[in-house]
Design a protein around this ligand. Structure first.
Ligand SMILES: Nc1nc2c(c(=O)[nH]1)N[C@H]1C(S)=C(S)[C@@H](COP(=O)(O)O)O[C@H]1N2
Ligand SMILES: [Mo]
Length: 338
């Protein structure tokens, strides 16, 4: 028996990882839906059609059936008992939002949640510029309505040797790139985070880092279906400590490649410098693919501590996404091009 409700053509072309961990939301429906899920969790069913979610692709678990109407009930956004495609349990909302790297606020991971409490993430605009046929500026409503939102459960592996499993909401970056139309000479995509010393205490120390935070991907990495523009987690709008209102999630790379609070996406021809390659080129490379075989100069990358667990687990090549992404680096020496 198939564990999946629908069998449609897209199932046949969806990469294995995505097939098992992707759950599509109705456009815009996710936020309304989060409310419905809360009601459902209390044993209340408001029976609203608008809050039901279509499952155009495979889902991780079969939707429950609503006993009163025998219609499929909406599938809740992932909850703490859910797992990624490897069977790893999700980290809790509390863990994900109280242990953060966000240097614009502080380098103290437990203080990010405190210092980011009053961060103003609305209104927000994202400029998409550079080598594109149709430069665009989007606000968050544009991004949520133009691009179908889906949930992806991804592992996040920080270069420092810790990791979490996070249920993101968002959409693949390639959808947006296809809309603006990369020119043929566009070879890299650069991401720029917000520059606002009034809101970011860490940006007032001008001697520490070169602000704003920037990151970049090669065009084929940016176009890969796993590369997600993130607008939420656990079915809620993206919390401030995680980079509200918009950040990237590139699950096969160390966490620093996934820039938070993105205000600009720029297509360029030359490989850009980035926040960490400027700060410490000997320790942080441009590619930064998770690689247990290449130690950081000051620590091993062979193992990692999953937040909430004692002991360490083995780190997987490409953070467990090798089947999907290893081909991007065919012929490259990943020990040199770290
Ligand atoms: N703008 C910005 N983006 C950032 C960072 C940062 O300091 N500033 N830290 C990075 C690092 S090192 C990691 S591990 C992840 C952490 O994401 P999380 O706090 O949501 O787990 O965000 C990345 N994106
Ligand atoms: Mo990190």
């Amino acid at each position: 028996m198939s564990k999946f409700k629908n069998t449609i053509r897209e199932d046949e072309v969806t990469p294995e990882h995505v097939y098992h961990s992707r759950r599509d939301f109705i456009r815009l429906g996710v936020w309304a839906f989060a409310g419905a899920a809360a009601l459902a969790a209390c044993g209340v069913n408001n029976g609203s059609q608008a809050n039901q979610r279509v499952e155009p692709t495979a889902v991780q678990k079969s939707p429950a059936v609503d006993a009163t109407t025998s219609a499929p009930a909406a599938v809740a956004p992932a909850g703490p008992g859910d797992t990624d495609e490897l069977g790893n349990k999700l980290n809790t909302f509390e863990q994900i939002t109280t242990y953060n790297n966000y240097y614009e606020f502080t380098s103290d991971k437990e203080q990010v949640a405190v210092l980011s409490k009053d961060f103003k993430s609305s209104p927000w605009k994202v400029e998409v510029a550079g080598l594109v046929g149709k430069p665009m500026t989007y606000d968050m409503d544009d991004l949520r309505t133009r691009f179908p939102q889906e949930e992806r459960i991804y592992r996040l592996r920080c270069v420092e040797g810790w990791s979490m499993v996070i249920p993101w909401t968002g959409f693949p970056l390639h959808r947006l790139l296809n809309e603006v139309g990369p020119k043929s000479n566009a070879r890299f995509v650069r991401f720029v985070s917000l520059d606002d010393p009034k809101q970011f205490p860490g940006q007032n120390d001008i001697f520490s880092f070169q602000w704003p935070y920037t990151e970049a991907l090669r065009m084929d990495e940016a176009m890969h279906d796993l590369t997600l523009l993130v607008t939420g987690l656990y079915g809620k709008p993206l919390p401030n400590p995680n980079g509200a209102p918009l950040r990237l999630a590139v699950p096969w790379k160390y966490g620093f490649k996934s820039a938070k609070a993105i205000v600009k996406i720029e297509l360029v021809e030359e490989q850009p410098t980035t926040f960490w390659t400027i700060a410490n080129p000997a320790e942080y490379g441009f590619y930064a693919n998770v690689n247990p075989a290449v130690p950081h100069p000051r620590w091993t990358q062979a193992t990692e501590r999953r937040i909430g667990e004692t002991g360490r687990r083995r780190t997987l090549p490409f953070n467990g996404y090798a089947e999907q992404v290893a081909a991007l680096y065919h012929g490259m020496d990943l020990a040199v091009n770290y």
